[in-house]
Design a protein around this ligand. Structure first.
Ligand SMILES: Cc1cc2nc3c(=O)[nH]c(=O)nc-3n(C[C@H](O)[C@H](O)[C@H](O)COP(=O)(O)OP(=O)(O)OC[C@H]3O[C@@H](n4cnc5c(N)ncnc54)[C@H](O)[C@@H]3O)c2cc1C
Length: 511
């Protein structure tokens, strides 16, 4: 109970605050919300926040000058959850390459060197030297990435900077900088909200939400069935457990890396437990061969899939495409994204072999088509009405449907972005996400001498394409650190500091 002299709403957002786009210190004080000053604040606490803090700590910013507000305990928690659901547990290998090290800003030594050393397996180096011609691309185990992140997080005092809580909004401050409104965990603070007043704010809150295929969402809502129609990014172990108890059929939707991982799990279980699982794989776009606009930029494909080693062509990271992209605006930029885009997955010899066996053994059935609707059959199983491009309608019946298509909902579905678009001056880029500068400042949100930055998937469509990858988050972090150096918040890092910091990293010494 609030004391009698304090209004019941004290410590919470008032209608006046909610309706005002730029807040004064007095307005916040009048609401009775406790306020803390911190020069740099990052919101999210996932991989994007972590790599940004890592850069800034290595550049020389003390931990006492920065805070990270997050609803998770470790920077890899959400990433680990999503990879585990999509069939990449700690022991399996992730997609990105050996030098994409979110725990090491220099990328050296690479994960391949590290795993060669720890596993005493020189074969990894052979694979690295002969990829992708004689071997698949070498990629690190998820567990290696998490262990390395934990080591680096301790080294940079990550947990001294962590503030647990849910960020509600970031509003501009009259006179410069921003207010970040946080809802702390229940019982941890005397008021419902606390506010951080900062000159610099960085937002990296990952994916705004899960996106379901409309027909599947309709089925789930209509039947209240969240067990048999699942998204690959949510826990769905019940599917694999059911199939161990009796023969069953699974429909897979989607042709990206997650579909290939789920398929591999079904094939592996079939082999391991001698199961009778039948798999119907529905591709909306069925790729039959190499494709692409130019002879020199064609993507390989076949059997329904488009193949590409990594999410983006290599020149995005430092080549021609990176330079070209930095100059494009509006429709031209959107067109370039379209050209590069499209669902794809790496070619992997093991599951190619499994798919071949599945096709010839009559238990893997790839089909092209658009699903009109999903209904429950008279026996309670799931009937998909699939219309192929030649007009034929098929009706595969299944026990489970796994949607491997979408993770990314519209940015406005996240409250923070919605508020930024309404009150913060932010606006959308040519592909509908948040428009950011080349140095990842959110355009339209400047506030006096303060700057608001963003990185990660919400900024896809900007001057740099690979934003939602470890390396992309690191490139963004470096741009942000350099911009902060230009603004006098930290000194630029020259070759001497970089070298001495690398030795500190190598010997696991404090920054
Ligand atoms: C299955 C999968 C596999 C991937 N594999 C690779 C790969 O192999 N290589 C690669 O380079 N990239 C990969 N990526 C892409 C990308 O690198 C990761 O998704 C990365 O985790 C993105 O970092 P982030 O900080 O943007 O988001 P996240 O790591 O998801 O962190 C954002 C955090 O913000 C928190 N948050 C959200 N809202 C609030 C709020 N209001 N208040 C407080 N906290 C909030 C969330 O809880 C979340 O933990 C993969 C992505 C997925 C989904």
């Amino acid at each position: 109970m609030a004391p009698p002299h304090v209004p019941a709403s004290a410590g919470d957002l008032t209608p006046e605050l909610l309706g005002t786009s730029e807040w004064s210190d007095q307005l916040v004080a009048a609401a009775g919300i406790p306020m803390y000053d911190i020069p740099f604040l990052t919101v999210g606490g996932g991989m994007g926040s972590f790599v940004t803090l890592d850069y800034l700590r290595i550049y020389g910013v003390p931990a006492s000058q920065m805070r990270v507000v997050s609803n998770i305990d470790t920077p890899w928690q959400t990433y680990e959850f999503l990879t585990r659901c999509s069939q990449i547990p700690r022991s399996e290998r992730i997609r990105s390459d050996s030098a994409s090290r979110p725990d090491n800003i220099w990328g050296f030594p690479s994960y391949a060197l590290q795993e060669t050393w720890t596993d005493k397996t020189p074969a990894y180096l052979w694979q690295l030297l002969t990829e992708p011609l004689l071997n698949d691309y070498w990629t690190p185990r998820a567990g290696t990435v998490f262990q390395s992140l934990e080591r680096e997080a301790k080294r940079i005092d990550y947990w001294d900077m962590l503030v647990k809580g849910q960020v509600r909004m970031v509003r501009r401050r009259a006179g410069g900088g921003y207010f970040t409104v946080v809802t702390p965990p229940e019982g941890s603070a005397p008021t419902k909200r606390v506010i951080f007043r900062s000159r610099f704010v960085h937002i990296a809150i990952g994916y705004p939400g899960l996106k379901f295929l409309p027909d599947l969402q309709e089925f789930r809502t209509k039947h209240g069935d969240y067990q048999h129609v699942v998204n690959a990014y949510e826990p769905h172990e019940q599917v694999y457990e059911f199939l161990k108890t009796r023969p069953g059929t699974v429909v897979i939707r989607g042709g990206g890396i997650v579909a290939s991982r789920v398929l591999q799990r079904l094939f592996d279980d079939r082999e391991k437990f001698r199961l009778q699982t039948q798999i119907v794989h529905i591709f909306r776009t069925f790729v039959t061969g190499s494709h692409g606009p130019h002879v020199w930029a064609r993507r390989k494909g076949g059997d329904g899939w488009a193949y590409q080693g990594f999410n983006y062509p290599k020149s995005v990271w430092g080549g021609q495409l990176k330079a070209q992209m930095r100059k494009l605006e509006g429709a031209e930029r959107a067109a370039k994204y379209k050209e590069m885009g499209g669902t794809n997955t790496p070619y992997c010899r093991r599951w190619q072999e499994q798919m071949r066996a599945g096709r010839s053994g009559g238990y893997y059935h790839p089909v092209q088509g658009t699903v009109d609707r999903v209904e429950r059959g008279s026996d309670g199983r799931l009937v998909s009405y699939v219309r192929s491009s030649d007009g034929i309608v098929r009706e595969p019946v299944a026990d489970y449907i796994i949607d491997c298509t979408g993770l990314e909902a519209d940015i406005a579905e996240h409250r923070i972005y919605d508020d930024l678009l309404r009150h913060g001056g932010a606006y959308r880029n040519p592909v509908g996400r948040l428009e950011v500068e080349r140095h990842f400042e959110v355009k339209g949100t400047a506030s006096g001498d303060g700057v608001l930055y963003a990185s990660g998937s919400a900024t896809l469509g900007g001057y740099f394409p690979g934003v939602d990858t470890f390396l992309g988050l690191q490139i963004a972090a470096q741009e942000i650190a350099d911009d902060l150096a230009r603004r006098g918040f930290v000194r630029r890092m020259g070759p001497f500091r970089s070298t001495s910091q690398w030795f500190k990293w190598a010997f696991n010494s404090p920054v």
